[in-house]
Design a protein around this ligand. Structure first.
Ligand code: GLC
Length: 484
């Protein structure tokens, strides 16, 4: 099958969060299964620093976002040496460092999505399926269906909290109004955002765990899109993400202090010492070291962590290292705490990939107290490195981290249910108590390290989804439901 991925982030070319990891690794797993997979992403300036080689691809064409048609210049590069990546370029929109957070993001990604539609013609390569990710590519399915030879469209939700919402002026200027009118005539009042258009128009909608696929049907997790998601429920699937087993392998990882595997587990301790040193902590293998690699915001649980930290400091001997960026209030909170308790808490406000790897390798425990978590990759990476997760029971965390039995013989991590500081503190205390049961702990670490979180099983599920989408698309087109 021929599959075109469309996304705003692709690791390692441009990465902000987990979306980049998924779009950077799932295509490789699909290619291994024998499919012709290619990726389209915007050509940001930052890409040039990472892309090894670039070459012009296809002939130039034009596309329009909010304005008259403008030039699209496509270059191709590769991922892992062989997977084609098409860099969709236009100086006005993408000759900048930032992936997101620009005042004109809506216009930029509208342009990207329109430009993607010109690719099959310009490259003389017709995908059977376009696989679009998050709001940045959410208008692609609707427009793709209007092409003379139209591909089936799969839309994947990575995070429902970011929807690409717009006002009526934008709706009018973008030519999207008629889509909303048409949906309204069929009885569906679509919320005015990009993501709603993706969910409404795709042949199949998927999200990144089965649990999150269920959760987003409720008002608590639906972010206002739950009525639409319920309307499309029979076309909604959940497939848990995998992690990149070549990038994340403690036996070969060049970014950590000492490589280790099940046979030489003691070497993990070398990483712990290195991490304690880096954090400015006393180097003590007897205290549990907790790592976090995250975005510092409410989704990731910093509001309950703030209230739980007193109890954690008083009632355990744990040390905590936090790496990431996010909201200023939480940067300040963590910096204040690290000044107050320099032996126990350290924070690095940055994106720092080598340090992230050292945290996975050096930590005994890995904390993810998320309010919601569509999938979460950190807990899976942590387990592969033998850091036992402490997680809230939500989304992909609930799915990938079964709670431990009191004797630690069954389960993979410490799970708490209620989104409350007390429940979080209790889980950390449970973890600290487990840490001193040396034999059971070692077996737990070994069990976690052996759990299979590779992409293969999930990639096969995606293939089934693509096949189903193609069938639906043919049927819907025959019934006149998609396309003009
Ligand atoms: C988003 C979600 C995260 C998920 C990732 C990749 O970042 O918040 O839970 O793992 O996308 O799908």
């Amino acid at each position: 099958m021929k599959i075109l991925f469309c996304a705003a982030e692709v690791s390692p070319l441009a990465k902000v969060g987990g979306l980049a990891d998924v779009v950077g690794s799932l295509p490789g797993a699909l290619a291994k299964l024998g499919h012709d997979v290619r990726i389209a992403m915007p050509h940001y300036t930052i890409v040039d620093k990472v892309a090894r080689s670039r070459a012009p691809a296809g002939r130039p064409f034009t596309a329009s976002g909010l304005r008259e048609p403008e030039p699209v210049v496509v270059e191709s590069t590769t991922l892992n040496g062989d997977l084609p990546v098409y860099l969709v370029g236009n100086d006005r929109y993408f000759a900048r460092q930032a992936v997101y957070g620009e005042g004109d993001d809506l216009e930029r990604f509208l342009f990207f999505s329109r430009a993607v539609l010109g690719l099959p013609e310009a490259l003389q390569w017709r995908p059977d399926v376009v696989h679009c990710h998050d709001w940045h590519a959410a208008t692609v399915p609707m427009w793709a269906h209007k092409l003379a030879i139209s591909p089936a469209a799969v839309f994947t939700v990575h995070n429902l909290a970011y929807q690409g919402a717009f006002d009526h002026n934008f709706m009018a200027a973008s030519g999207l109004r008629e889509e909303f009118v048409r949906a309204g005539e069929k009885g569906m009042q679509l919320p005015t955002n990009m993501m709603a258009l993706g969910i409404y128009n795709a042949d199949l909608v998927s999200t990144v765990s089965e649990t999150y696929a269920q959760e987003i049907l409720t008002p608590e997790y639906g972010n206002g899109l739950d009525p639409l998601l319920n309307y499309r429920k029979d076309r909604l699937r959940g497939i848990v993400n995998g992690i990149d087993y070549t990038e994340f392998d403690p036996a070969t990882d060049p970014l950590i202090a000492s490589n280790y595997s099940l046979e030489e587990l003691w070497r993990k301790g070398v990483n712990k010492t290195a991490l304690q040193k880096r954090a400015g902590f006393p180097e003590n293998d007897k205290v549990p070291l907790i790592g976090m690699v995250t975005r510092l915001d409410e989704q990731k649980g910093f509001d309950i962590l703030e209230k739980a930290i007193g109890a954690i400091l008083q009632e355990t001997s744990a040390q905590l290292v936090v790496l990431g960026k996010g909201r200023e209030v939480y940067h300040e909170l963590m910096q204040r705490l690290s000044h107050e308790f320099p032996d126990r808490i350290a924070v690095v406000i940055a994106f720092d990939n080598p340090l992230a790897h050292l945290i996975y390798a050096g930590s005994d425990l890995f904390l993810m107290p998320s309010r919601f978590e569509p999938c979460g990759l950190g807990q899976m990476i942590a387990m592969r490195y033998g850091a036992v997760p402490i997680v809230r029971k939500t989304g992909g965390l609930a799915e990938t981290v079964p709670d431990l039995s009191p004797d630690l013989r069954r389960g993979r991590g410490f799970v708490f249910e209620r989104y409350e500081s007390q429940a979080l503190a209790e889980a950390v205390k449970r973890a600290a108590a487990g840490f001193v049961q040396k034999d059971a702990w070692k077996q737990l670490v070994e069990r976690d390290m052996q759990t299979d979180f590779s992409w293969e099983a999930s990639a096969r599920k995606y293939v089934a989804v693509y096949e189903e989408a193609v069938r639906f698309h043919r049927g819907d087109r025959a019934k006149g439901k998609t396309g003009d």
